[in-house]
Design a protein around this ligand. Structure first.
Ligand code: AOF
Ligand code: ZN
Length: 374
C-alpha cells in the first residue's frame, strides 16, 4: 500500500496516531528518564482497521511501549501496522531493541510520529525496520507528538527540563494578595485541570515567598490520581522554610527538594535531611539562585518537565533567563483589587518567540497556552 499518495490511508494513519498519542498521556510524569510513548497495533482483514494491541511505556520507563503493545498479540501482529508516537529504539538497553521486536513479530508497516534524538536511536530505529522490509511512514502528527514529548526532547537536546510557567490571574490581572495566604482566583474545574497538569509533570517548582505565604502542599488530590504527585522543588536560597510547612509533612510520600545557596545553617539542613527532605546546592548569581545551572541539575536528576507555579518573583526570574518553554495562564472572573500582587505576565505581554496554541474554558475561567518553538 503506497501510504504517501493515498489520502484515505493518510486520514486513517492520523486517526490512529492521535489515539496512540492520547494513550501515551496515561504515563506522562511516571516514566522518567524515559519518555511516555504510545503504541497501537492495528490490522485490517478487509472489514476495516481493528486495534489488536496497545501499550504505553511502563511506569519507571520499561518495558517500552512497543513491547507492552506486542505482548499477547501473537500471530495477529503478522502483517499489521504499528503506530508509534516515538521512533522505535535501536539499542540494547535493559530491554532488547523495539525495532527488532516489531520486525520479529511480523509487523508489515510502522507509522511513527516523533524522531528520537537519543544518539543510540536517532534514525537507526527506522533504518532497522526498512532494512527488514517493513514499510515506514515517519512524522505523522509530528508536531503534536513533539509537543507532548517536549520535556524528553528538550532534556535530550539541551540538558535541561521543559519549563511550563503556570499562573492564575484574577480579572484585574493579580495573582494573589500579600499577607493573605492562598487566594481563590479560579473555580473548582480550573483547579482540577491544574492538578492534572501536576500529575503529568516530573516536578513542581515554587519560590520561598509563595511557600511561606500560602503554605501549599503542591500535591495531586484528584480522585484516583492521589499517587501521581510529582517531586516538589522550592527555591529557598537562605533555607527559610519552616519545618512545620505542609510541604515537609508529607515528604515520605512525595519528594521535596530545597534548592539552597551556600552558607545555609547546617544544623537546620541536617534536621530537614533527617525528615527526608533532599537538598540541591546551587550557585548564586547577583544574590539569586542561578536558574540555568539549577535546571541542568534537575535534568541530571532525571526531571524532564517542570511546572513553575509561582509566585511573581519566581515567574519573572524564569522569564528573564529565557527558561520558559510553555506559558499557561488561567484567567478568573473575580477582581482582587488594588492590594493584589500584579502578575508579571498577562495575555498581552507574552514574550516574542511564543505562539498561541490553545484556548480552553474550565467553568467560568479561561485557560490560554503559548509555546515556544523547540
Ligand atoms: C521506545 N519505546 O516506549 C520508549 C523509548 O534505558 P532504556 O534502555 O530504557 O532506553 C531509554 C531510551 O529508549 C530513551 O532515551 C529513548 O531513546 C527510548 N525510549 N523507546 O522504543 C518507548 N520510552
Ligand atoms: Zn524500545
Amino acid at each position: 500500500m503506497a501510504a504517501a499518495s493515498n489520502p484515505v490511508q493518510e486520514a486513517i494513519d492520523r486517526r490512529y496516531m492521535a489515539a496512540a498519542l492520547r494513550l501515551s498521556r496515561r504515563n506522562l510524569g511516571r516514566t522518567a528518564t524515559n519518555p511516555s510513548v504510545g503504541t497501537l497495533i492495528v490490522r485490517d482483514d478487509g472489514a476495516g482497521p481493528m486495534i489488536v494491541g496497545s501499550g504505553v511505556t511502563a511506569i519507571g520507563g520499561r518495558p517500552h511501549a512497543e513491547a507492552e503493545a506486542l505482548a499477547g498479540v501473537g500471530e495477529l501482529a503478522r502483517g499489521a501496522t504499528a503506530y508509534v508516537t516515538l521512533e522505535p529504539c535501536a539499542h540494547h538497553g535493559r530491554t532488547p531493541p523495539c525495532a527488532n521486536a516489531l520486525v520479529n513479530a511480523g509487523i508489515a508497516r510502522v507509522v511513527g510520529a516523533a524522531s528520537d534524538p537519543d544518539p543510540r536511536v536517532s534514525g537507526k530505529g527506522y533504518a532497522i525496520l526498512r532494512a527488514a522490509g517493513v514499510e515506514v511512514v515517519e512524522k505523522v502528527l509530528a508536531a503534536e507528538a513533539n509537543a507532548q514529548l517536549a520535556g524528553y526532547l528538550i532534556r535530550s537536546l539541551r540538558k535541561r527540563p521543559e519549563v511550563t510557567l503556570k499562573l492564575a490571574l484574577s480579572s484585574d490581572g493579580k495573582i494573589g494578595r500579600r499577607g493573605q495566604g492562598q487566594v481563590t482566583i479560579t473555580g473548582e474545574i480550573a483547579r482540577r485541570e491544574v492538578q492534572m497538569m501536576r500529575a503529568e509533570a516530573d516536578a513542581i517548582l515554587i519560590g520561598i515567598g509563595t511557600a511561606l505565604e500560602d503554605d501549599p502542599a503542591l500535591t495531586v488530590r484528584l480522585p484516583g490520581l492521589e499517587n501521581r504527585s510529582p517531586a516538589r522543588i522550592v527555591l529557598d536560597r537562605d533555607l527559610r522554610l519552616p519545618e512545620t510547612a505542609k510541604l515537609v509533612a508529607d515528604v515520605d510520600r512525595v519528594p521535596l527538594h530545597l534548592a539552597v545557596g551556600e552558607g545555609v545553617d547546617l544544623q537546620r539542613k541536617a534536621a530537614f535531611e533527617r525528615r527526608g527532605v533532599r537538598f540541591i546546592g546551587t550557585d548564586t548569581h547577583n544574590g539569586a539562585i542561578a536558574l540555568p545551572e539549577l535546571m541542568e541539575d534537575l535534568a541530571a536528576l532525571g526531571m524532564a518537565t517542570v511546572l513553575v507555579e509561582g509566585g511573581a518573583a519566581t515567574a519573572s526570574a524564569f522569564l528573564a533567563d529565557s527558561l520558559v518553554d510553555r506559558i499557561v495562564l488561567f484567567r478568573g472572573v473575580d477582581e482582587i483589587g488594588a492590594d493584589g500582587i500584579a502578575s508579571p505576565i498577562n495575555e498581552g505581554s507574552i514574550p516574542s518567540g511564543f505562539t498561541a496554541t490553545r484556548e480552553m474554558r474550565f467553568g467560568d475561567d479561561i485557560c490560554r497556552e503559548w509555546v515556544r518553538a523547540l
